[in-house]
Design a protein around this ligand. Structure first.
Ligand SMILES: [Zn+2]
Ligand SMILES: [Zn+2]
Length: 136
């Protein structure tokens, strides 16, 4: 009886931790695991860094969130799983979502060049508007 109680408490705690991590990710802008942990720490100091990293990895493996490996950047995470591409500033590291454009039909293709497509990553690397302004 006591054992069952402990398991239930453990499940509850895990579920709550996952909820906190997912909602923090939804409010953040393509953070790295470290950046997200720093955000979460402010309001949930009891959540460990290891837990945040582990849960993010699980979520990404389960397809609940997206894992982004952008050029020259640490792994970032994205709560938006709807098909979209990313613009990545090579100077400040800013990441912007791209949802529309000529390439949109590519996102919904389930076959390209004879491959059965499981996921699509399109990455644009460039210089963001804020960094461009500093040049002028
Ligand atoms: Zn920039
Ligand atoms: Zn995104």
């Amino acid at each position: 009886m006591l054992l069952r109680y402990n398991i239930n408490m453990e499940n509850k705690r895990n579920t709550e931790q996952k909820r906190v991590i997912l909602s923090a990710l939804m409010q953040a802008d393509h953070p790295t695991a470290s950046e997200l942990y720093e955000n979460i720490r402010l309001t949930n100091p009891h959540l460990s860094r290891a837990t945040v990293f582990r849960v993010l990895g699980q979520f990404a493996d389960d397809g609940v969130i997206r894992r982004l490996n952008l050029l020259g950047s640490d792994t970032r995470f994205d709560a938006r799983t709807a098909p979209h591409a990313h613009c990545h500033c090579v100077r400040c590291g800013r990441v912007s979502d791209v949802f529309e454009g000529d390439f949109v039909p590519l996102f919904s293709s389930d076959e390209v060049a004879g491959y059965k497509i499981l996921s699509t990553e399109i990455e644009f690397n460039g210089i963001c508007p804020d960094c461009l302004k500093q040049d002028n």
